[in-house]
Design a protein around this ligand. Structure first.
Ligand code: K7E
Ligand code: RUQ
Ligand code: CUA
Ligand code: CA
Length: 642
């Protein structure tokens, strides 16, 4: 049963908070809805008339004719596949996937030397990690909008942050954060808090969700009340960790202000609980704010310690050490029970925390948080300008640039559109302020939501996508593992209209959607990008240095420059391949049977692989990427002499 907008206020006909007894039933709420036939008929059929799915102007249409291009890019987290998906929107077509944390046999990620160096290896040469759990993807800013330089994505399992170069759509750096577990939320800053000339991203903030013993001796391992979490700042350019903040409670999602002064994380475990019952025992948790300029000053002044073998400066952001606003590095704004997302409104004024176990959204005014740091606000909680009920299980919020927020309601399987200023008026006592504008049933249990340009000053209110965690009956059954259901919603009008369902393999979590003009990708590499490029076919050949052999080769359709090469059993072979084809889309592949070698080289790209030639015989190395009428004939013979 959905709540209609008119029912949702002023008095909410729902329990205010989910208590422990209710949470025991929470699985029930989700699972009952999942295992049973949905109570209501699928809403999409009725609600997608032909006139919708086309917000007009530059918004594009969800139904593209063959040959038509999308008007927006979507950068999607790939979930367990550890990559970033690139979509065209509004069509929802997947254009490519950019491998980051997990090996990929198309591009040779985890196979080529260059990618292995980015991924990280053990002393024995094996990959340090081969699994990932990516959640959040965000891109670099300039003047409050995306500037098309970088995107970042996190790996929650092994606390890694990957950077994607958006000129070539490749992952070029991965940083593992020290002394944290469950690295979850990320957000780039949007400008420098001090230097007005730096109106672009120079930092990426990272929240760690799981508290751990920071200096584990055996005595500490089980004392959960002593576990701690750190909030981390990574340099956007060098990808080195700049500093960390020791905090009370945990981190979950992350947000940054448009003026560069504040970063924040929502906290759902201020209790330091180890069991869910403990984690939801307090009535209020927090949204924890970081004063970026003060933290940088403290680091500069040497007011930090280091932890274990890490050299990273760690400043003290605990409650006890930050009571005095004049010197505080952090501020803990209280937020009802176990909030989830925290999102910055595109007007730069507010952060909104979604309640998860509380049916509310909390609106925090950033000017007031700054006033507290300046000693001009008596209590930090006075920065809360609204705490309004929106429905059950609010998780994440997007914006349309017209003053409306769109919050996913996990438990209600719905999206609620609400007006932020009206909510503030309602909270201030104007009981006639109707803040809920519209409500839409979703299929089913939505998590992340984002709208076109939503996390920029240029939020355009045309399209909105939702990542539904359950799809149940929405797609052809294909065994027990159901895809998730990503739904596209036209938000250009007063009423939200569902226009498309797309199945997606688990579990993407987060994504961003932005205008295609903001990216200027290159489609052919420059040879100079690669110090080891074989720039001329004449440089091809085999160079021996003891047991180490270097094979240099080029590709030019339909031939490799070496039709054969000879090595000896036991040699350590490094093969360098440069694709000298200059034409866009003319990619070659290179695979060696029985040697676990497979990778592609794009136009003007160089890659290398290193392996021990431990199997004697003839091995037809062949092109794996259809490139020419003589693609099948495009081979080289590796002869390994016994
Ligand atoms: Cu709501 Cu990782 Cu953004 Cu999923 S998140 S849990
Ligand atoms: S064939 S070369 Cu595998 Cu049908 Cu395409
Ligand atoms: Cu070269 Cu196929
Ligand atoms: Ca809690």
């Amino acid at each position: 049963g959905a709540i209609k907008p008119e029912d949702s206020q002023p008095e909410m006909p729902r329990r205010r908070f989910l208590n422990s007894a209710a949470i025991a039933g929470l699985a029930g709420v989700g699972l009952a809805a999942c295992s049973d036939k949905p109570a209501s008929a699928p809403a999409a059929k009725a609600s997608a008339p032909a006139s919708h799915g086309n917000p007009g102007e530059d918004g594009g249409s969800v139904h593209l004719k063959p040959g038509e291009l999308d008007t927006y890019y979507g950068l999607w987290s790939g979930g367990h596949t550890g990559d970033m998906r690139v979509l065209g929107l509004p069509s929802g077509r997947e254009i490519t996937r950019i491998p980051c944390f997990v090996p990929d046999a198309l591009v040779g990620w985890g196979i080529t030397n260059e990618s292995r160096q980015v991924m990280g290896t053990n002393p024995d040469g094996s990959l340090k990690y081969t699994v990932a759990d990516t959640h959040h993807t965000h891109a670099s800013y300039k003047d409050g909008n995306y500037d098309g330089r970088y995107a970042w994505i996190n790996d929650k399992i092994n606390s890694r942050l990957a950077r994607i170069r958006l000129d070539y759509f490749v992952c070029d750096k991965i940083t593992e954060l020290p002394n944290v577990q469950g690295f979850h939320g990320i957000f780039p800053d949007k400008r420098d808090p001090v230097d007005p000339a730096i109106n672009y991203t120079t930092r990426v903030f990272c929240g760690a969700e799981f508290q751990i013993p920071l200096v584990p001796g055996n005595a500490e391992l089980e004392k959960a009340d002593k576990y701690r979490s750190l909030f981390t700042c990574v340099d956007a350019e060098s990808m080195e960790v700049r500093w960390q903040v020791l905090i009370d409670g945990n981190c979950d999602l992350t947000a940054t202000s448009y003026d560069g002064k504040l970063a924040a994380t929502n906290q759902y475990n201020v209790e330091n609980g180890v069991k869910y019952e403990d984690m939801m025992s307090a009535e209020r948790d927090a949204c924890l704010f970081f004063n970026v300029a003060r933290i940088e000053a403290a680091v500069k002044a040497g007011k930090f310690k280091t932890i274990g073998s890490s050299k990273v400066p760690v400043v003290d952001g605990t409650r006890e050490a930050n009571k005095d606003p004049a010197t505080a590095l952090t501020a803990y704004v209280s937020v009802p029970k176990n909030p989830h997302g925290v999102n910055a409104s595109p007007d730069g004024k507010y952060f909104i925390c979604a309640g998860k176990l509380s049916p509310t959204c909390t609106v925090i005014e950033l000017a007031k948080v700054l006033a507290w740091f300046d000693g001009k606000l008596e209590k930090i909680d006075q920065a809360i300008v609204a705490e309004v009920e929106v429905g059950l299980g609010p998780l994440h919020t997007a914006f349309d640039g017209r003053g409306n927020a769109y919050t996913t309601l996990f438990l209600d399987s719905a999206l609620v559109k609400w007006n932020v200023e009206a909510a503030i008026k309602f909270h201030a006592g104007d009981k006639n302020a109707r803040y809920v504008v519209d409500r839409l049933d979703l299929q089913y249990q939505p998590g992340h939501v984002n709208a076109s340009q939503s996390e920029t000053v240029a939020a355009d209110g045309k399209w909105l996508a939702v990542g539904c965690k359950f799809s149940k009956d929405r797609f052809l059954p294909a065994g027990p593992l159901h895809p998730e259901n990503e739904q596209l919603i036209d938000i250009s009008g007063e009423k939200m209209v569902l226009v498309a369902d797309h199945p997606v393999r688990g579990e993407p979590h987060d994504f961003i959607i932005f205008k295609r003009e903001l990216l200027k990708p290159k489609q052919v590499y420059s040879l100079d990008e690669f110090p080891n490029a074989v720039k001329d076919p004449k440089e091809s050949g085999v160079v021996r240095n003891g047991r180490k052999v270097t094979v240099k080769m080029t590709s030019l359709a339909p031939a490799f420059s070496l039709r054969e090469f000879k090595v000896k059993k036991g040699d350590e072979v490094t093969l360098i391949l440069t694709n000298l084809d200059k034409v866009q889309d003319l990619t070659h592949g290179f695979a060696i049977p029985k040697y676990n070698v497979n990778f592609i080289v794009n136009p003007q790209e160089t890659k290398s692989v290193t392996f021990i030639a431990d199997k004697p015989g003839v091995f037809w190395a062949y092109c794996t990427h259809f490139c020419h009428a003589l693609h099948l004939e495009m081979r080289s013979r590796m002869i390994v002499e016994a």
